[in-house]
Design a protein around this ligand. Structure first.
Ligand code: FES
Length: 235
């Protein structure tokens, strides 16, 4: 339950007119998520402000933006009660469409390049399941919850600088599919991710793993892919 508060928070928001930004003094509620703040600005201060959201429960990955420089999900990030100012910017490394809304096309182009879906091996029984205690399940499960929010991509200096780097989200996805014994395209995927625009571009800055709102570790997935290149796929 939200409680009104007499406190206000100073919010600086990037606007898409080149080089412009706006500052709003917004009334706090407790608790207050960053998304609540944006909705309050839109309702009470400036209806033209552009931002994106859908599920409000950290599942759809559409509300990603930067708070004080760090990529976050606006719907799951609370504002600390004693915070009196905050800065909001669009994700880095992606073209701005309007205000806090970015064009995710470069991110999804990389995602599509690893064929991010299972290609079933021939004759696979339905339903094909992997035993919960199997070694491959131990590899797959911790990497499974990607919501394609782009926080990792935005926080990767290499993905930003070199547009032909597959990037952490696509590499993480490829890794868990390569580990999956039901998938027939593992060898092809491993070739793709170890090509010149793949794992070797990663410099292990760890920005991806530091910001993932689902607690995934794409840098570990990239390390694993490098190892599999030398040792072969786990089969
Ligand atoms: S609104 Fe869906 S993840 Fe934030």
């Amino acid at each position: 339950m939200t409680e009104p508060s007499s406190k206000k928070i100073r919010v600086t928001v990037s606007r898409s007119d080149p080089g412009t930004e706006r500052t709003f003094l917004v009334e706090r509620i407790e608790p207050m998520m960053v998304l609540d703040l944006l909705i309050a600005i839109q309702r009470e201060h400036d209806p033209s402000i552009g931002f994106r959201y859908s599920c409000r429960v950290a599942m759809c990955g559409t509300c990603t933006l930067r708070m004080d420089g760090r990529a976050i999900l606006a719907c799951q990030t609370p504002l600390e009660p004693d915070r009196d100012k905050v800065r909001l910017d669009p994700l880095a490394g992606l073209p701005v469409v309007r205000d806090l809304v970015v064009d995710m096309k470069p991110f999804f182009e990389e995602w599509a390049r690893v064929k991010p879906y299972l290609e079933p091996v021939e004759g696979l029984d339905e339903p094909a399941r992997i035993r919960p205690d199997s070694p491959e399940r131990q590899i797959i499960d911790p990497s499974l919850d990607c919501i394609t929010c782009g926080a990792c991509y935005s926080s990767c200096g290499i993905a930003d600088h070199k547009r032909d780097f597959l990037g952490p989200a696509a590499l993480n996805r490829a890794m868990l599919l390569i580990a999956d014994s039901r998938d027939a395209a593992g060898a092809e995927r491993l070739d793709a991710v170890t090509a010149s625009d793949g794992v070797d571009r990663c410099h292990y800055i760890y920005g991806c793993s530091a910001v993932c709102p689902k607690g995934l570790d794409p840098a570990a997935a990239i390390r694993r892919l490098r190892r599999w290149r030398l040792e072969g796929r786990p089969r």
